[in-house]
Design a protein around this ligand. Sequence first.
Ligand code: HAM
Length: 427
Amino acid sequence: MSKSRYQAPRGTRDILPEEAGRWRWALDSFAELAERFGYGQVISPMFEDLGVFLRLGENTDVVTKEMFTFQDKDPKTPQDLALRPELTASICRAFAQHRPITPWKVWYAGPQFRYEKPQAGRFRQFVQVGAEIIGENDPAADAEIISLAWRFYESLGLKHITLQMNSLGDAETRGVYNQELHSYLSSKAESLSANSRDTLEKNPLRVLDSKREEDLEIIRAAPTIQEFLTTEDANHFELVCEELNSVGIPFVLSPRLVRGLDYYTRTTFEFTADKLQTAQNAVGGGGRYDGLIEELGGPPTQGIGFALGIDRILLACEAEELDLGPIKPLDAFVVDLTGGSQATQITDELRANGLGVDRSFGNRSIKAQMKVADRSEALFAIIVGDDELEKNEVTLRDLRGDGSQERIPRTSLVAALIASIEGRYSE
Ligand code: HAM
């Protein structure tokens, strides 16, 4: 096959029907679960004023390297806009704009855009599902958010997910810790990788995220933020852990866990899929961001949430060999040998009765139509030839079983087909 002139842009891809069923299954499962937890959906714009996203951190890759930006076309209202790289900032912007009653419990799903170097499990357009609780400081809220994510992985059948937990304290604590970390890492700068030396000057915390061999030993011996937490923050974290224990959600404490975005305070967490390669094994993450809404012009309001990457979750499902989103086959395929208008009427009637039905077009031969019927994987074929039409009957042929067929009155087709399908599923 020759290569077509246009391809999906680098870092993006088409999800074709064979795969799209799994996506719908995962997304529907999340929507159903989040609603059951008492969260309402928010559908926000895919682009926002660039300023909304600058709050993610002036030294984060997401802001400095990965934003898809463009200008409003109207010269009278020049505005820098950006495709959303994540949804927490948009949710906080929406909260500051609409001022709903708190706690505001919301969920979302949709594509995000980051200009990253594409590789397995890392895309420039990827889909996240997520949830946020705005305006609640209770550690039980942290535990509920984490358990929503955990129960979602469980509902898909994933068994090899690790939850890593940490607390980053408040902005003040982080400031002090940053300085300590900076001086510790500076004292070892000569042995650090060139990349980490560079990161150290911009954002010492991010050095802890390095996976480079030469950095690991130094990182292992680095001071942890736990030593700097205020009693209040340490208590909050302990209560979150107790709550998780009380509902049987396992986790590991990762005192050096840092996140790629800068707005986090207190509880932070990440979910990794043990069956994926480390470069793409983060299947979700989140935490508290108690200062973000104020920075976006809202009243001082706490928040906590998570986002999970569906692209990677589906890779993890494959790696665990899970049966992904069973696709229901079509109930019937109509083969019309009398010109096509019988197929139009029969498909319409059957679909109105809730059945899954397809047909072919173009008045093709019986052989050609039966081939398409077979390929459609429908359970039954409904065949209408001249003889059937004259006697006001149809032929119902079993396509998946023994291939048997029977003539039935056209008027009892719906009932007969439903009975045959039920018979098929009870076999
Ligand atoms: P994040 O860690 O940047 O957090 O992204 C969350 C998840 O999105 C990652 O764990 C990963 O599964 C997926 N993801 C991120 N980038 C890519 C990519 N290039 N390709 C494929 N998947 C990707 C956030 O976005 C925060 N908004 C989470 C949050 C919500 N924090 C508080 N509330």
